[in-house]
Ligand binder design. Structure first.
Ligand SMILES: O=P(O)(O)OC[C@H]1O[C@H](O)[C@H](O)[C@@H](O)[C@@H]1O
Length: 290
């Protein structure tokens, strides 16, 4: 008899098994799509719509030791992004991606999807993360400051999605024309995107828009659409060869097969939560032929 009361009942389309490094991960094999989510960071490392090819990039050098953040997939950045608004917060991108989350439920959804819910409570913040795996991937993160917690730093969050692309130098990123952005590579604020974005070098930009962004990928013959939900920012990141070479958990050539398009609420959009208040942020990812 299963006496583990912390483990929810799973439908036949899901299994909780040891993954890489022996780390616990949820496998979902729904009629409309499959996915893999590690409890460490509630970190989704794979999503494939039924009959399609994988949409999410995870580095072949990613570390699965329940300590380091996982390189690739969808790191959850919370309750701050990078070093936070104050610029001195550690660990980078907050504690969400390096904490063990609890799996609360896994339920079949209409249309052949499966939804998994994860929770985490720390430092006066209760986080709820919903992952809906189907023909589309829908991720929703809610953060609530506990009623008795003192008001703290402004809250930032990002769904730091690593998209798998056939050749990053050939992709075109549309949906950002005319949007203001902070260029973190040059340090220049208040830049304006003109036309579609092409990736021709190290790219690290925080755009002031959460509207849909489309990555057209001729090498894979597909368009991947990332739609922010209540996102006020979109971060676009590629480390390029030199940046990837400097990362211990990414091979130098892997920069060419990924592009991060992150629905976010960061920087000037950070929210100061009063005790009992909450904020939520989502992203929806869908694929269509080119
Ligand atoms: O190396 P990580 O801590 O995972 O961060 C990877 C990247 O995340 C975001 O996209 C930031 O905008 C970048 O500045 C950062 O380099």
């Amino acid at each position: 008899m299963d006496t583990d009361t912390t483990r929810p009942r799973l439908p036949r389309t899901a299994a909780l098994t040891p993954g890489r490094g022996g780390q616990p991960r949820l496998l979902i094999d729904a009629p409309a799509g499959s996915a893999e989510i590690y409890l460490h960071g509630a970190h989704l490392t794979a999503w494939t719509p039924r009959g399609g090819r994988p949409v999410i990039f995870t580095s072949r050098r990613a570390v699965f030791d329940a300590v380091a953040p996982i390189r690739g997939g969808v790191p959850l950045c919370l309750p701050w992004f990078g070093a936070g608004v104050s610029g001195d917060r550690r660990p980078a991108h907050g504690w969400g991606r390096v904490s063990p989350w609890q799996l609360r439920s896994v339920e079949p959804q209409p249309g052949g999807a499966v939804q998994a819910l994860f929770t985490l409570e720390r430092d006066g913040i209760a986080a709820l993360y919903s992952v809906s795996v189907g023909e589309e991937l829908a991720l929703t993160l809610s953060l609530r400051r506990s009623a008795d917690a003192p008001t703290d730093h402004p809250v930032e969050a990002a769904l730091h999605t690593y998209l798998a692309v056939g050749d990053v130098t050939a992709v075109e990123v549309s949906g950002l024309d005319g949007v203001h952005y902070l260029d973190k590579v040059t340090g220049r604020a208040d830049q304006v995107q003109r036309g579609a974005l092409r990736i021709t070098g190290q790219t690290d930009r925080v755009y002031a828009s959460g509207s849909p962004v489309t990555v057209s990928d001729p090498a894979y013959g597909r368009r991947v659409r990332v739609t922010g939900v209540r996102a006020r920012n979109t971060v676009v990141w590629n480390p390029w060869s030199a940046g990837a070479a400097a990362l211990a958990d990414m091979d130098g050539d892997e920069f060419a097969s990924m592009l991060c398009v992150e629905s976010a609420v960061v920087g000037d959009s950070a929210t100061r939560l009063e005790p009992g208040e909450s904020v939520s942020l989502g992203t929806r990812i869908a694929v269509a032929p080119l």
